[in-house]
Ligand binder design. Structure first.
Ligand SMILES: *Cc1c(COP(=O)(O)O)cnc(C)c1O
Length: 228
């Protein structure tokens, strides 16, 4: 068994164990393999094991891998911070964007998504721990952002995404993720058709599952340490 295969098997066992433990809250949990700083070859190996969705943070790096992997029917998710001048490439070359952290990106991605393509799936990034250093919508801004996204036929608003502060302990991490879940539930109660709560990474995926995440973004636990 290769390292990657071993990691994949262990990760699936971790996810299944947490799902069993929190079965009352978890329905579907989708795995996004975060492949930043890892080769196209590793993505190809993981695809051969059944993984379909891959997350990338750096546009140029991602575009190069997409060319190498154009023969595979992969789902490409952009999860990195977005400069305004990169939105056209992102709207053209990805299936999902998790890191929509301000309204101008909703406008630009909607305008720049090619009309012949399926709508671009987006998640709104929420600054859940109110970190000054982190971008993202404040909770109070979300309802308006959802309404804006819902008016764009070239976008499909799927849900919310969070990167909790690395500074907090497990208890506070759980509280933040539970706050995300409540926020997501409230938006659904107000009429948004959301099906995705994107949170949980290598170190805290059990906590995310406990809080009700539907999509985990896992890098290191799958691919090992990132190349510099
Ligand atoms: C890198 C990254 C991940 C994956 O983190 P790991 O700790 O390697 O699992 C998830 N989400 C985002 C936004 C990232 O940038």
């Amino acid at each position: 068994m290769t390292n990657l295969e071993d990691n994949f098997t262990k990760l699936q066992a971790r996810i299944n164990m947490a799902r069993t433990k929190h079965a009352e809250r978890t329905k579907n949990v989708r795995l996004l393999a975060v492949s930043k700083r890892h080769s196209a070859d590793k993505i190809r190996q993981l695809y051969a094991l059944g993984q379909m969705d891959f997350g990338e943070n750096y546009l140029q790096e991602a575009l190069a891998k997409q060319v190498e992997l154009a023969d595979l029917p992969l789902g490409w998710h952009f999860i990195g911070s977005i400069q305004k001048n990169k939105t056209r490439d992102i709207a053209n070359h990805f299936d999902w964007v998790h890191s929509v952290d301000r309204s101008v990106l909703i406008e630009r991605l909607a305008d720049q998504r090619p009309p012949d393509r399926d709508p671009l799936n987006i998640c709104l990034q929420v600054n859940i721990d109110n970190e000054a250093s982190k971008s993202g919508f404040q909770v109070a801004e979300l309802a308006a952002a959802c309404e804006l996204a819902a008016r764009k036929p070239s976008l499909r608003l799927r849900g919310l995404m969070a990167i909790p502060s690395p500074a907090v302990d497990a208890e506070q991490r759980l509280a933040s993720m539970q706050a995300m879940k409540r926020c997501w539930d409230n938006l659904i109660a107000q009429g948004s058709e959301l099906d995705t709560l994107s949170m949980g990474m290598s170190a805290d995926l059990e906590i995310a599952i406990q809080a009700g995440a539907t999509m985990l973004r896992v890098g290191e636990a799958l691919f090992g340490p990132r190349e510099a």
